[in-house]
Ligand binder design. Structure first.
Ligand code: C2E
Ligand code: MG
Ligand code: MG
Ligand code: MG
Length: 271
């Protein structure tokens, strides 16, 4: 297997950055070309109100329609992209596409809030906030129809700069969510000072809550914290009805998961 990977152009990445990971440079070059050739796609996975089960919004999730390998999930290509500058071009594309789609729905009379994953490297650019705001203006999209998802790691990388950027985005009505919450190292003391609207409990807790009391307890704690800070709580990775019902019972606001709906192309989302 190793010999085969080497033949396909896998090389060691800069030691020290992340020494036990290898970047597939051939695939990365292909991704850069695929991005220019229009081979990336966004699928959208609905978020539902936990009680009424009404559609609340959607999350934009990137896919790569590879000419030979078929539809590739982000796990195949995003980690490498995030270790290179390809993530910046990719995120520019994701933002433009998702904001455009939100505007298409809005103009059709269907206001569907769209959540977008925003990586740390993108926010590290001074142009990040101006670029997002320019897109929203260009598409004439009401900003409250967008939620930016960032991770705890993104916040901790540069708390002051990120807080300033999030404040600027929220000043327009945009919402901010902490994705994969519980997997990072956010100090609970930092949380009240963060300019955010939503906590998204990581799916690792949701997937295990039914057979692990410890995971269920963590979910209860996140809900209690969110309540006290007046934040919306989302659970991702809801794979069965008992989990969905249980999460609604303990007070989760929004549910996302295969049990409710899988990510689909934009044309299939609202049907
Ligand atoms: P995420 O933001 O936490 O997105 C949720 C992931 O969980 C998605 O995987 C979704 O398909 C999957 N999922 C949803 N419901 C279930 C479920 O019930 N069970 C299980 N096991 N999984 C479920 P996906 O699309 O493969 O994306 C993986 C990760 O890649 C995302 O995690 C996000 O961190 C990243 N990603 C996806 N799209 C983008 C993007 O456009 N830009 C950036 N920067 N990252 C993205
Ligand atoms: Mg996300
Ligand atoms: Mg998530
Ligand atoms: Mg996740």
């Amino acid at each position: 297997r190793r010999a085969k990977r080497e033949r396909t152009g896998v090389v060691e990445w800069t030691p020290g950055l992340d020494s036990d990971r290898r970047v597939d440079l051939r695939q990365l070059t292909e991704l850069r070309a695929g991005l220019r050739s229009g081979h990336l796609r966004l699928h959208y996975q609905p978020l539902y109100d936990a009680r009424s089960r009404r559609l609340h919004g959607v999350e934009a999730l990137v896919r790569w329609q590879h000419p030979q390998r078929g539809l590739l999930l982000p796990g195949v290509f995003l980690p490498d992209a995030e270790r290179s500058d390809v993530i910046l071009d990719l995120t520019d594309w994701v933002l433009a596409e998702a904001v455009h789609q939100a505007a298409v729905w809005h103009r059709a009379g269907q206001d569907v809030p769209v959540s977008i994953n925003l990586p740390a490297a993108y926010l590290a650019q001074d142009r990040a906030v101006p670029t997002i705001l320019a897109l929203v203006r260009m598409e004439r999209l009401p900003a409250h129809l967008l939620t930016m998802e960032i991770t705890e790691t993104t916040v901790l990388a540069n708390p002051d700069q990120v807080a300033e950027q999030l404040t600027a985005l929220r000043a327009t009505g945009m919402r901010v969510s902490i994705d994969d919450f519980g997997t990072g190292y956010t100090s609970l003391g930092l949380l009240p000072r963060l300019p955010i609207d939503e906590l998204k409990i990581d799916q690792s807790f949701v997937l295990r809550m039914r057979d692990s009391p410890a995971h269920a307890t963590i979910i209860d704690s996140v809900i209690a914290i969110a309540r006290s800070l007046d934040l919306t709580v989302v659970a991702e990775g809801v794979e069965d009805e008992p989990t969905a019902a249980g999460l609604a019972d303990v007070g989760v606001d929004l549910l996302q998961g295969y049990h409710l709906r899988r990510p689909r192309p934009p044309g299939d989302v609202l049907t």
